[in-house]
Write a protein that binds this ligand. Structure first.
Ligand code: GAL
Length: 423
């Protein structure tokens, strides 16, 4: 049964209850329009190109504003989130910062870190330019708190047709059991089935194994208490995740997501599970050709499902350059800005009116799938949609222990307990 996007995203901000503490109008210490500080983690190859295009357009439209590009390297915000949290705690916010739409944003809104952008949305006429589900993911109690610039898909399996064929693989696996069988055959030839990177990429892999094995309904249930983490079905998936990792290069994994992707091109590994920012890295940074040098398919068991995430920007409470910060948000929310950014970022536009002619190859397929009402949409764990910051951080800690101990029961118990305590 197709899942209604609206229902899926009811885990998002719109469904949240409770009053907002301290997220009302501005009491910004300054309002200079001469500069703006924008904080993100888009600094590596495959991430930087999209941001650079957006910033260039912003500068052309706002010649009087100095753009302070505050980026902290580390995929999925693995380093930047701690630095940002410390700055926010010390009342030293950047004017605008990157945050995932969904419960990640909701955590910041509840903590009083974000300005209410509802009137900016009204002035810009944005409310009917975003799909309802995405608007819901940046809304809490009827107020809107960030500007989404893109939509990414997380549940993807990347490979090089040339490397796969040379390794004797006829077609990528459609299920995780098929993956294990291929992993065994590859191992017998001295080959590695899967490349993996740092902890956040392991969490990303875990989310796709859960999705592929449980299906979208039970996967969603993991995040709203309806699927029992400690039940036999989830425990079996967790055991399978450990088996999958057993066919990876976990022991020698080093660097961020890009080096892990390099391995599937060089032949050091056959597959990698990652979001579609890989397209920007391969096509733009590495000048590789889609469907020739690299190919992609849904991660095993997840065909027809869009495990989505969206990068958005806030106006931080206490921003020193509020007026310039708003101008940056106008850039992020504009058709022109999104048309420049997304084709270079490997994402589809958050706006519904993006120029589809700009999206070719994989991105044309992604755009069609995202807009297809039959696509089953679920939200990403690793990239902020379905778990609030406290729960997600607790899962990170438990996962590091799990990968080491391989104790599925202890992991499930820790995740279930931290769900209760983070509610
Ligand atoms: C995600 C983010 C993407 C991409 C990726 C790798 O969390 O949403 O835009 O940057 O991390 O860093």
């Amino acid at each position: 049964m197709p899942i209604n996007r609206r229902e899926v995203l009811s885990v998002g901000l719109a469904a949240a209850v409770g009053a907002l503490a301290g997220c009302s109008s501005s009491n910004a210490p300054g309002d200079s329009a001469s500069q703006v500080e924008v904080f993100s983690w888009w600094t590596g190859p495959g991430e930087k190109e999209g941001l650079d295009a957006l910033v260039a357009d912003f500068k052309a439209k706002n010649p009087g504003i100095d753009f302070n590009n505050a980026t902290v390297a580390g995929g999925a915000g693995s380093n930047s989130k701690t630095i940002l949290a410390n700055r926010l705690k010390a009342n030293d916010p950047p004017d605008s910062y990157q945050v995932h739409a969904g419960l990640d944003l909701q955590s910041d809104v509840r903590a009083g870190k974000c300005e209410d952008l509802t009137s900016l949305y009204e002035r810009q006429g944005w409310t009917d330019k975003l799909p309802k589900n995405l608007l819901d993911a940046v809304t809490l109690d009827g107020r809107i708190y960030s500007v989404p610039v893109d939509v990414h898909r997380a549940n993807l399996l990347w490979y090089s047709p040339k490397v796969a064929t040379a390794a004797g693989i006829a077609a990528p696996p459609k299920t995780w059991d098929e993956f294990l069988a291929q992993g065994e055959a590859l191992r017998a030839k001295g080959l590695t089935a899967l490349s993996i990177g740092p902890a956040w990429t392991q969490k990303h892999l875990l989310e796709t194994v859960l999705l592929g094995q449980l299906g979208p309904d039970k996967y969603l249930g993991l995040w709203n208490g309806r699927t029992d983490w400690k039940g036999p079905e989830v425990l079996a998936v967790l055991a399978l995740f450990i088996q999958v990792l057993g066919y990876s290069d976990l022991g020698s994994a080093a660097g961020d997501w890009q080096p892990a992707l390099d391995k599937i091109i060089s032949g050091a590994a056959v597959y990698n599970v990652m979001g579609d920012w890989v397209v920007a890295y391969f096509s733009t940074s590495k000048q590789l050709v889609y469907d020739t040098d690299y190919a992609v398919t849904a991660s095993p068991g997840s065909a027809g499902i869009y495990d989505f995430l969206s990068d958005s920007f806030t106006l931080a409470k206490g921003a020193r350059h509020r007026a310039a910060g708003e101008k940056w948000l106008v850039e992020c929310g504009s058709t022109g800005g999104q048309n420049l950014f997304n084709p270079r970022k490997g994402s589809v536009p958050a706006r519904l009116d993006g120029d589809s002619a700009l999206y070719r190859g994989y991105l044309a397929e992604a755009m069609a799938a995202w807009k297809d009402t039959h696509t089953k949409v679920v939200g990403s764990l690793t990239h902020g949609v379905v778990a609030n910051s406290a729960w997600s951080a607790a899962i990170d800690t438990a996962l590091v222990a799990f990968v080491r101990s391989r104790d599925a029961q202890a992991f499930a118990a820790a995740v279930a307990a931290s769900y209760e305590s983070s509610k």
